[in-house]
Design a protein around this ligand. Structure first.
Ligand SMILES: CCCCCCCCCCCCCCCC(=O)SCCNC(=O)CCNC(=O)[C@H](O)C(C)(C)COP(=O)(O)OP(=O)(O)OC[C@H]1O[C@@H](n2cnc3c(N)ncnc32)[C@H](O)[C@@H]1OP(=O)(O)O
Length: 165
């Protein structure tokens, strides 16, 4: 992604399945902000294989879910996935980059309705996704001992965004 209008966003945390650079089983998504949208270029490889030569639907779904998790940096709220729906429009070949763009479609109270589109560099849209995220506070993560990590995640991008404004 060389577009000058994009602002790089930090991973949720180093071990995140979607974007963590230190997770050997992860997708290693590098995500940027473009206005009120977030974008990533993902290339599925043999680790993400479903049918021979094609990406597994679960890997595509994970990429969409994680990218939706970056819309939270735009919304500046902590939220978690309550529902995720993927429309698999066409098979996604391994080894071919796809740009996924995601954003907030509408908000009702704690409910964030999000949508995403995945398009190959050949211009073919091969999947779209919709999600319902529900806003939570940091206590949501407390029983699992992760409260401090999530709070750090919550404050770091806000500082970064302000610097960029
Ligand atoms: C700025 C930086 C931020 C950083 C932020 C970090 C976050 C961290 C990111 C880590 C990486 C991300 C990666 C990707 C994001 C995951 O993958 S998140 C992991 C997967 N998701 C989960 O584990 C969530 C599990 N579910 C839950 O904990 C609970 O069900 C929830 C989601 C907290 C909701 O529970 P609840 O608080 O009891 O709420 P509930 O009353 O059931 O419903 C809330 C509202 O949604 C509505 N609702 C519920 N279900 C539905 C439905 N199916 N349809 C329509 N409405 C519904 C309800 O009617 C209610 O509406 P209101 O009455 O408030 O208007």
């Amino acid at each position: 992604m060389a577009d000058s209008t994009l602002t790089s966003l930090p991973p949720h945390h180093p071990q995140c399945l979607g974007c963590g650079p230190d997770n050997p089983a992860g997708l290693h998504l590098a995500v940027s902000r473009d206005g009120d949208s977030v974008v990533t270029d993902v290339t599925f490889d043999k680790r993400h294989r479903g049918a021979p030569g094609l990406a597994h639907g679960g890997a595509i779904s994970a990429a969409c879910d994680d990218l939706f998790g970056f819309v939270l940096y735009v919304v500046e709220e902590m939220a978690v996935t309550r529902r995720l729906t993927v429309d698999y429009l066409a098979p996604v070949p391994l080894g071919q980059p796809h740009r996924i763009t995601a954003g907030l479609q509408r908000r009702h109270g704690r409910r964030l309705h999000l949508e995403a589109t995945g398009t190959g560099h050949d211009g073919i849209t091969r999947f779209t996704a919709e999600a319902l995220f529900v806003v939570v506070d940091h206590h949501h993560f407390a029983p699992h001992g992760l409260e401090a990590d999530v709070q750090a995640m919550f404050t770091r991008p806000q500082r970064r965004d302000r610097k960029d404004r």
